[in-house]
Design a protein around this ligand. Structure first.
Ligand code: SF4
Length: 213
């Protein structure tokens, strides 16, 4: 079956509707959430963010000691490692005097390289930050997207970046669309295309090879 990323996107959008991601009040909260969500569920992140609520600004987080920060984010799991990652990320932000508008003006690829150079920020975390905090139209080539596209019958490049670039090249540079596409794929992986897929009623059923494995 021939697949078109735009058609996949449109089918998901029609079925699930706008997702309005990321679930955060500020870009700073979004970025902290993106680090906290590594290897855990969003429910655990919400508990950690609730503890962090009085400190959710760069100036306040910076004043927290490592132990204070780790204790507050304990519900997110791997809390010492994540406290180290947040501290490293804060160092990077500080180099810009916490001025997100200054960071937004940078070239997207340069910005990705800088984020990837921060200890504990991998490709997926870098791309969600680029997309949801810095308004860059990038595709988050995560495991959910890989699972769904593979099952549809698309032969995907193995590496994260080749996969990301393939989708980005096939679509217009539309920030709102990339914003929704990632959220829709996550929703679809949770509602229908789970580990054990529920194909009955799936909005992609008519274009899916149902290639499992
Ligand atoms: S038809 Fe089944 S395998 Fe294909 S996308 Fe839908 S849930 Fe996944």
């Amino acid at each position: 079956m021939v697949h078109d990323y735009q058609i996949i996107y449109e089918k998901l959008y029609r079925y699930y509707g706008p997702q309005g991601w990321w679930p955060a009040k500020t870009a700073f909260e979004m970025m902290i959430g993106a680090i906290l969500v590594q290897n855990t569920s969003w429910r655990n992140v919400e508990k950690a963010l609730s503890n962090l609520k009085p400190f959710l600004s760069p100036a306040k987080i910076e004043k927290l000691s490592f132990d204070e920060l780790a204790e507050l984010i304990r519900p997110s799991g791997f809390f010492k490692m994540k406290a180290q990652r947040i501290k490293a990320f804060m160092e990077w932000l500080k180099a810009y005097e916490y001025d997100l508008s200054q960071i937004k003006m940078k070239d997207c690829n340069e910005l990705r390289d800088e984020l990837l150079a921060v200890k504990g920020i991998g490709s997926e975390t870098a791309d969600v930050i680029l997309l949801y905090a810095f308004d860059q139209p990038v595709f988050v080539a995560d495991a959910y997207a890989r699972r769904i596209f593979f099952r549809l019958g698309i032969n995907l490049p193995k590496s994260y970046d080749s996969f990301r670039l393939e989708v980005e090249r096939a679509l217009p540079r539309d920030l709102a669309m990339f914003n929704e596409f990632h959220a829709l794929l996550v929703e679809h992986a949770k509602e229908h295309c789970k580990k054990a897929p529920i194909c009955d009623g799936c909005p992609l059923a008519s274009i899916c090879d149902r290639r499992l494995g």
